[in-house]
Design a protein around this ligand. Structure first.
Ligand SMILES: Nc1nc2c(ncn2[C@@H]2O[C@H](COP(=O)(O)OP(=O)(O)O)[C@@H](O)[C@H]2O)c(=O)[nH]1
Ligand SMILES: [Mg+2]
Length: 315
């Protein structure tokens, strides 16, 4: 099979028919063998009935229905596990992404050798309240991930080589950072294609302010990619710095005490010195860093994929 299209959806009943017919048209015109996997994430409208009807009309339709709403990342993860096509394309269900982009995305993966190609909504039809935060978000993501050529990390329209989606775990709200996940898994030929974007035709956006919490995920990914299997290297260094600071402060306190005693200067309590408090807090924090580091090591020792490596080839 050439292409799997994975469509995560949540309450998009009005769009699904039109979306599938459009995809179908594009695929037939280009002679692609394909499947469309709709992942209904606990919709409360009639989305699933629409998917069932589509399934009864076309063998190219597949559907997965979650019992409740889990989120876009779990939906993508599930779609990725099911996908059978050589190239996997993800697309939003709301008709904001155009299926006409599929043939070119496919070509970029198959002929240009990209592991993954991300869409770039260069001209967006969304309110300013959304486009401006997105710009800041993308600038940060570029910086942290080191993927310098991507303008639009969170574009719903993306294409992947099959083994990319089979080897990454999209969980939580990580769908915003799939390029970073792919890079961390060793798939670093990541390209970009300018794609057409449409204003939302039906329904309304499902992501509100929650999208900003995504910054914390970026931090998590950064930490995991660098220290995931050696947390002590992170916490141990911080802890050592703290201890060093604490010891320096203790020495200063001690020397000044001795000096004053020796020269018969007015008696002063050690606890009057700011260095006393600095040494106290620095050592407590230092100990905590070390304990966190040891706990981290214990946890990562038992992590099931500590010893799983992406093997590209064996001869
Ligand atoms: N699986 C799943 N998909 C969702 C969820 N929320 C939104 N989506 C889908 O993600 C896509 C993009 O959502 P949308 O609300 O258009 O976000 P926007 O384009 O960034 O405003 C659409 O296909 C939605 O149906 C969710 O909770 N679970
Ligand atoms: Mg949308």
């Amino acid at each position: 099979m050439d292409i799997s299209v994975v469509v995560p959806l949540y309450n998009e009943e009005e769009s699904l028919n039109e979306l599938f017919n459009w995809i179908d048209r594009v695929m037939k015109k280009n002679n692609f063998s394909y499947e469309v996997i709709f992942v209904d994430d606990g919709s409360t409208d009639s989305s699933w009935q629409v998917v069932e009807t589509l399934k009864s009309q076309s063998p190219n339709v597949r559907g997965v229905k979650f019992r409740r709403n889990y989120g876009k990342s779990p939906a993508l993860h599930c779609g990725f596990r099911e996908a059978e096509g050589d190239v996997v394309i993800t697309m939003d269900a709301d008709l904001q992404d155009s299926p006409d982009e599929i043939p070119e995305l496919y070509r970029m993966i198959v002929s240009d050798g990209y592991d993954m190609v991300s869409g770039w909504k260069q001209k967006r039809y969304d309110p300013l309240s959304k486009t401006i935060p997105t710009k800041i978000f993308n600038a940060t993501a570029r910086k942290v991930s080191g993927i310098k050529n991507l303008h639009d990390f969170n574009c719903g329209l993306k294409a992947y080589r099959k083994n990319v989606v089979k080897n990454i775990k999209v969980y939580g709200e990580m769908h915003r950072y799939i390029p970073y996940l792919a890079k961390n898994a060793g798939f670093d030929k990541i390209g970009e294609k300018v794609v057409q974007h449409q204003a939302r035709k039906y329904g309304k956006t499902k992501f509100g302010l929650s999208r900003f919490a995504g910054y914390l995920d970026l931090l998590t990914l950064w930490f995991l990619s660098r220290f995931g299997v050696k947390p002590m290297h992170f916490f141990g260094i911080l802890g050592s710095l703290m201890f060093f600071l604490g010891i320096v402060a203790v020495i200063i306190v001690g020397i000044s005490k001795l000096y004053r005693m020796h020269h018969g200067l007015p008696y002063r309590l050690v606890t009057d010195s700011p260095y006393f408090f600095i040494s106290l807090t620095a050592m407590i924090i230092g100990t905590q860093f070390f304990l966190t580091g040891f706990l981290g090591e214990l946890i990562s020792r038992h992590s099931p994929d500590r010893d799983s490596y992406q093997i590209e080839e064996k001869i």
